[in-house]
Write a protein that binds this ligand. Structure first.
Ligand code: SIN
Ligand code: FE
Length: 300
């Protein structure tokens, strides 16, 4: 018989703030400690306003069926994964650019310590229903996981993400969040072997990885895969459901917070990269936690 999940305390992972402005006049600032200790910062009154003319984009027809999401790649800012006429896609692009800029303003107010270090990654627009995304188990984001990518080794660089639910008809983005990163690492570390000697070099040489898959990346990818493949962990580990209503913005380090997207449609997301050394408290990062638990340097 499946074990029941234990429920985390309501504020164990998610911390809520009353801000109503994305700009420098917003109330919350200098909250690096909260996000770096593995919390999700939720702003239920921080909506991303769409112009009337932009509401037409809240439709899955704008996403090229072959692509996962509509996305903007920086620094050039080109639109990928979208289907439509050029003039319309220009308007769609402008909406996503605005989200990128507002997210950056917000992040630099919340985390002034990161000023000059935060790098803008992709911006994505997800007009497709979470329930309709048919995936392999490894790509199934309805399973709890920390973000780690086979082809894109982070080498200790952090993934900070700003999400906003722009659903027009009241549908929440339904997430689950889970145990602390350290508890998660302790759960699986003992059973994760070392990579084959030479495999990191080979993967990079063949172009399978964009850069060298370090010991850190090997462990992060293994944690991602072990968690998703472990049905007992998915159903019985400490966790909490959290609904982000339309008009809610939320921010977290997605390489640290155990998360799963169970439902919802129409979301914007901005990724930022931050060097592990540019955190206010590098010792609370996954890299430092994994190095402490394994007793080895992991960026070689
Ligand atoms: C994820 O980052 O795993 C998915 C987030 C979402 O689509 O809500
Ligand atoms: Fe994820």
């Amino acid at each position: 018989m499946a074990e029941a999940a234990s429920l985390l305390a309501p504020d164990a992972v998610v911390r809520t703030f009353a801000d109503t402005s994305w700009g420098d006049d917003g109330a919350t600032r200098e909250v690096e400690d909260i996000v770096e200790s593995g919390h999700v910062l939720a702003f239920p009154r921080l909506a991303f306003a769409l112009a009337d003319s932009e509401r037409r984009f809240l439709d899955p027809r704008w996403a090229d069926p072959a692509a996962k999401n509509v996305s903007l790649r920086w620094p050039a800012g080109e639109l990928r994964g979208a289907a439509g006429a050029a003039a319309e896609l220009d308007d769609l692009r402008r909406m996503v650019v605005r989200y990128a800029e507002m997210s950056e303003t917000l992040a630099l107010r919340l985390f002034p310590h990161y000023r000059g270090h935060l790098r803008r990654g992709n911006t994505s627009f997800r007009p497709t229903d979470v329930a309709g995304r048919i995936r392999s188990w490894r790509q199934d984001d309805t399973r709890l996981h920390v973000d780690a990518f086979p082809s894109n080794p982070m080498q200790g660089t952090r993934l900070l993400r700003v999400f906003c639910n722009v659903n027009p008809s009241g549908v929440p983005r339904r997430w689950r969040v889970g145990e602390s990163f350290e508890a998660h690492a302790r759960r699986y570390l003992g059973s994760i072997g070392r990579p084959w000697p030479g495999s990191a070099w080979l993967l990079a040489t063949l172009g399978i990885t964009k850069r060298r898959r370090t010991g850190y990346d090997h462990l992060m990818l293994q944690l991602h895969d072990r968690a998703k493949a472990d049905a007992g962990f998915q159903s019985a580990s400490p966790q909490q459901r959290v609904d982000f209503a339309p008009g809610t913005t939320w921010v977290c380090f997605s390489d640290q917070v155990l998360h799963a997207a169970m439902g919802g449609q129409h979301m914007l997301e901005q990724t930022f990269y931050l060097g592990a050394g540019d955190l206010a408290h590098p010792a609370s990062a996954p890299l430092a936690i994994l190095e402490r638990l394994t007793g080895r340097a992991l960026l070689d």
